[in-house]
Design a protein around this ligand. Structure first.
Ligand SMILES: NC(=O)C1=CN([C@@H]2O[C@H](COP(=O)(O)OP(=O)(O)OC[C@H]3O[C@@H](n4cnc5c(N)ncnc54)[C@H](OP(=O)(O)O)[C@@H]3O)[C@@H](O)[C@H]2O)C=CC1
Ligand SMILES: N[C@@H](CC=O)C(=O)O
Length: 376
């Protein structure tokens, strides 16, 4: 049986769903001769790890209890009394993760899986790469920071998978890599890459207020922890930057033109998330509704579009015909049109659910299995 030890950073909506997928796929993986050994799980405050990570793992009962207590809003540290494990506090967490990575990286291999939504994991991830570990990311932030971090993270292409960073579970990165590796130059990518904004735009067409739609998107697990990351275009800009860098552009976030749906005075430095949701958002209802009505007078709809073409990289609202590929999108679906030499007149089109914990975690799980040949 091939054993893949993994350590999960982040036990929020996506991280918990990943643990649940792992547990529910046990017999399928056993048939494939694979066992995923979850040797540790972190949240922002603690790391809970197996008592001897070389030989033991957190069992399924423990993992499901971890999901339960995190869903209930408690910290992982409350698992102390539940089963045999070691618990480390915030200050010891990075050092202990590195110790585990050095112990397992070269010996058995270790997959460090980042389902957090923070920049703070970059140092751990880059060091883990040096220690021979693999990294699997749903978190876009490490790949959209400095160019030097990006270069380090992708320095060993077999050791990194990040399919869920763009299009959640859709096979976007894998498809682009296949096109690129066949020497087919990609000329242009146009897409709707935000499940939240796709859902928002299509629900607005039914006359619902923006503030209600965003609340629903948050409860459906489509939004980032702070929905302003979606509404301000930053989440789409991160995806655009990941795609641009994959295509070989050495650009930084500041090179991307980003249109925000909310004004500066509602930014995170001026308002808490709760304040934004309860007080800020309703103030935007009329403005957005007017824009939707104006577009509809021309037979058009609004879509939040990402365009990558040559050195052009921009994300923002466009008025598009209702019956265009992007105009027809409904709900949280993403669509990407890829133009290359082989796909010159008719683009390669990738479309489907582009957000949600289930599909995102499924994408992460598929990434982990995709690197199985690096483990014994
Ligand atoms: N939802 C979706 O549709 C998609 C999400 N993604 C990405 O998946 C990631 C996770 O999203 P989601 O689950 O919704 O986010 P959540 O906010 O629900 O969860 C984030 C988790 O990360 C933990 N965390 C915070 N800081 C650290 C740290 N320094 N080290 C380890 N863990 C940390 C948090 O801890 P605590 O619980 O203590 O707060 C929390 O458990 C995001 O990066 C998102 O962009 C990607 C594609 C689609
Ligand atoms: N918040 C994101 C989640 C996936 O990346 C989105 O809405 O697309």
């Amino acid at each position: 049986m091939k054993k893949i030890p993994l350590l999960l950073l982040g036990c929020g909506g996506v991280g918990r769903q990943l643990l649940q997928h792992i547990v529910s796929c046990r017999s399928l993986h056993a048939q494939q001769g694979i066992k995923l050994r979850v040797i540790g799980v972190c949240d922002s405050k603690s790391l809970v790890a197996a008592s001897d990570v070389s030989v033991s793992e957190l069992d399924d009962r423990f993992l499901l209890e971890a999901c339960r207590i995190k869903s209930a809003g408690s910290s992982l540290s409350t698992l102390r009394s539940f089963g045999e494990c070691q618990i480390y506090g915030h200050s010891e967490l990075p050092q202990r993760v590195i110790e585990i990575a050095s112990l397992l990286g070269k010996a058995t291999g270790l997959a460090l899986v980042d389902c957090s939504a923070t920049m703070d994991t970059i140092d751990l991830l880059t060091r883990a790469i040096d220690l021979g570990c693999c990294i699997v990311l749903a978190n876009k932030k490490p790949l959209t920071s400095l160019m030097e971090h990006y270069d380090k993270l992708v320095s060993q292409p077999r050791h990194i998978r990040h399919e869920s960073t763009v299009g959640a579970g859709l096979p976007v990165i894998a498809s682009l890599n296949r096109i690129l590796s066949s020497g087919d130059p990609i000329r242009c990518i146009i897409g709707s890459l935000s499940g939240t904004l796709g859902y928002v735009m299509s629900e607005l067409e039914d006359g619902k207020p923006l503030s209600e739609i965003v609340k629903a998107a948050k409860s459906l697990g489509y939004t980032e922890p702070d929905p302003r990351d979606d509404l301000g275009g930053m989440d789409v800009a991160r995806k655009a930057l990941i795609l641009a860098r994959l295509l070989g552009s050495r650009i930084v976030m500041d090179s991307i033109k980003v249109e925000s749906l909310y004004p500066e005075e509602m930014s995170p430095s001026k308002m808490s998330i709760d304040e934004f949701m309860s007080t800020g958002l309703p103030l935007l209802d009329k403005y957005i509704n007017d824009r939707v009505q104006k577009a509809s007078l021309h037979g058009n709809v609004l879509r939040y579009v990402c365009v990558l073409e040559g050195s052009r990289c921009e994300v923002g609202i466009q008025e598009l015909p209702k019956n265009s590929a992007l105009g027809r999108l409904k709900g949280s679906d993403n669509v990407l049109e890829i133009y290359s030499r082989c796909y010159s007149q008719q683009p390669l089109v990738i479309q489907g659910a582009g957000a949600g914990n289930d599909t995102t975690a499924a994408g992460v799980l598929a990434d982990i299995l995709d690197i199985q040949d690096l483990f014994n």
